[in-house]
Design a protein around this ligand. Structure first.
Ligand code: TTP
Ligand code: MG
Length: 360
């Protein structure tokens, strides 16, 4: 088996950097992209604002308290999309195996590439240079033998960074890596791992697959593998979004329907933000409930009209709640929208193409 060469590219403080590029008076200043209104949320913060502790997904009110001089800028989604297309074009100069994760990041498999370059580091350097020339913005690159390592690597030297984890260093790199830096290990999980005495990859590797599965469910298999620097997932260029969701794992399990209602309200806010940001609507809503023993249930409802507003969603999930069991406690709640407009548009396009080919 040949070793794969995977690059992960991620733009630095993406929305905020675009705003500082287009409005020079914002350069060097603490900037938050998002609405300053009482219910507003920061989507991203400039590096100057991050020094004060301002972070993505933080309520604007909290951000303002942390940083008195914080400047709020409203989102200009069409501009970010334009930049996103520009950087993707650069990626395709090297390979068609490009898997975008969001507007500002993507995996590239450059094991074989259109320019027949041997060194993935050289490709990453060229891509960073071209991004800078074409958009005026900086990106960070991670290079390694699989997605997990490449993604982890791109975070290490941010901003404007480049970091290589060569195959022979992969295992020792993971051993030393603090558990909260692992791609795919969120805050709640890293907290639990700390409680179990797992501080880094080395500690994680000492646990059996069986123990990790019994503690974390199916994702325990993934934790077992990444502790050994193994990640066999392919870079998938055809991955199109089929659903859009938001979920939350609670630090303490929920014990009554009242708190379920409160938490769903918060999850709804996040989902609506994601829907607005990506201009997504859908026809199916799924409620996911995971109990303290990791048993999971889902309830779905499909409607004939587009689900596009908070009220539509609330109405649907409120109908699903009566009779919902609490059991020993609920550890996770999620809301997912599927049957999306994008997905459907793509399907329609494909059908058009199929139709054309009949004309011959
Ligand atoms: P990220 O790549 O997570 O963050 P970033 O590019 O702002 O900063 P970093 O240098 O750490 O990579 O997200 C990319 C963009 O997606 C970000 O600029 C704004 C948007 N975003 C949201 O709208 N909400 C969120 O909760 C997050 C995390 C990002
Ligand atoms: Mg980024």
């Amino acid at each position: 088996m040949t070793t794969r060469k995977i690059i992960h590219i991620d733009m630095d403080a993406f929305y905020a950097s675009v705003e500082q590029r287009d409005f020079p008076e914002l350069r060097g200043k603490p900037v938050a992209v998002g609405s300053p209104s009482p219910r507003g949320v920061v989507t991203t913060a400039s590096y100057e604002a991050r020094k004060f502790g301002v972070r993505s997904a933080m309520p604007s009110v909290t951000a303002k308290r942390l940083c008195k001089d914080l400047i709020f800028i409203l989102l200009r989604f069409d501009i970010y999309q334009k930049v996103s297309r520009q950087i993707q074009q650069i990626f395709y100069e090297y390979t068609d195996l490009v898997e975008p994760l969001s507007l500002d990041e993507a995996f590239l498999d450059v094991t074989t590439n259109k320019k027949n370059l041997i060194f993935a580091v050289q490709i990453a350097k060229e891509i960073k240079k071209k991004i800078k020339e074409k958009t005026g913005l900086t990106a960070s690159a991670g290079i390694s033998i699989n997605k997990f390592l490449a993604k982890t690597a791109s975070e290490i030297k941010k901003p404007d960074g480049l970091f290589l984890i060569p195959p022979e260093k992969a295992v020792s790199f993971v051993e030393k890596l603090p558990i909260e830096k692992f791609f795919g290990v969120g805050k709640v999980t890293s907290g639990k791992m700390h409680e179990m005495g797992i501080r880094n990859g080395y500690d994680l590797k000492q646990r059996s697959e069986k123990e990790l599965i019994s503690r974390f469910g199916k994702v325990g298999i993934y934790y077992y593998q990444i502790a050994r620097a193994i990640d066999n997932r392919e870079v998938d260029p055809s991955r199109i979004r089929k659903s859009l969701g938001a979920e939350n794992t609670f630090a303490e399990d929920l014990a009554d329907l009242n708190s379920v209602d409160l938490e769903l309200d918060k999850i709804l806010t996040v989902l609506i933000r994601r829907m607005n940001r990506t201009q997504t609507k859908g026809k199916t809503l799924t409620l996911k409930v995971k109990y303290s023993d990791f048993q999971q249930i889902t309830r779905s409802h499909t409607v004939p009209k587009w689900i596009e507003e908070a009220n539509d969603i609330k109405e649907i999930y409120t109908e699903m709640l009566p009779g919902l069991e609490i059991r020993e406690g609920i550890r996770l709640l999620g809301l997912t929208l599927s049957n999306l407009n994008h997905d459907i548009e793509k399907k329609e396009k494909r059908d058009d193409n199929a139709q054309l080919s009949f004309d011959f």
